[in-house]
Write a protein that binds this ligand. Structure first.
Ligand code: ATP
Ligand code: MG
Length: 243
């Protein structure tokens, strides 16, 4: 169920303005890579372009390979079918449907060989809070519950690779830790994850690799233990040792 995700020479532009220019970014199978960077750095543009999911329809050039197959520019539903699933920033839940209906909606009955299918019960095992809230409408959930549901919905599509855009935004610290730990456990079970996170400290607790994006470009990448001491990370995101 693991997939190798490889991005090469990816250029994304809104009109004349280039928002992302990433020469190379690889997420090895069954690992977690975090993309961090300031507001407007291009994090969402990057993951949305990988999944070919965007209302703004920016111009996208370059290669996105999953296990060697170039999926760049394919229809979003084709990309999902191949096992790449995006949980967009602040989205991914039907407000008018209950938790359980949300989990039932859209999931394929058979995802194909080599893919792990998550049943609704599997999702409840991962997020017991969702079982308690199974009859509650998506629109009445707390922010944390909604993010759990968004991840649960993505898992129901039997992904090989998951792109998560700021899943922890706006959540109470204990929900942040819970969500990121659960994501880590999915990676330990073989899922390949590219995680956009503004909470750099929390991301570093769970990730294998860190990529620092600045003005659309990767200015530093490396294993988490090296990046922890990188001055660009420390000064901008870890409070220069005083935080
Ligand atoms: N729909 C759009 N039309 C035009 N420009 C856009 C659009 N969406 C984003 N941009 C621009 O592209 C750049 C990258 O934005 P993006 O949303 O990808 O950043 P981000 O790193 O996800 O920021 P945040 O941390 O605030 O979510 C910014 O300069 C932004 O203004
Ligand atoms: Mg964003």
């Amino acid at each position: 169920m693991s997939a190798r995700l490889e991005i090469e020479n990816l250029r994304v532009a809104y009109g004349a303005s280039q928002a992302v220019a990433v020469d190379r970014l690889v997420v090895e199978p069954g690992t977690l890579a975090a993309v961090v960077g300031a507001n407007g750095a291009g994090k969402s543009t990057l993951v949305n372009a990988i999944a070919n999911w965007s209302r703004a329809a920016p111009r996208v050039e370059g290669a996105v390979r999953m296990d060697g197959e170039d999926i760049a520019g394919r229809a979003a539903h084709e990309i999902v079918k191949r096992g790449l699933q995006l949980v967009p920033e602040g989205r991914g839940v039907f407000m008018g449907l209950t938790v359980e209906e949300n989990l039932r909606e859209g999931a394929p009955s058979d995802a194909g060989p080599g893919r792990r299918s998550y049943s609704i019960d599997d999702v409840y095992e991962l997020f017991p809070r969702l079982r308690e809230r199974r009859s509650t409408a998506g629109g009445s959930l707390s922010g944390g519950e909604r993010q759990m549901l968004a991840v649960g919905r993505a898992l129901r599509m039997a992904p090989k690779s998951l792109l998560l855009d700021e899943p922890s935004i706006g959540l109470a610290p204990r929900f942040v830790a819970l969500l990121l730990r659960t994501i880590r456990s999915l990676v330990d079970d073989g899922l390949t994850v590219l995680l956009v996170e503004q909470n750099v400290r929390a991301a570093m607790e769970v990730t294998d690799v860190v990529h620092l994006l600045e003005r659309g470009r990767l200015i530093a990448s490396g294993p988490v233990d090296e990046m922890r001491d990188d001055p660009r990370i420390v000064e901008a995101y870890l409070g220069g040792g005083h935080g």
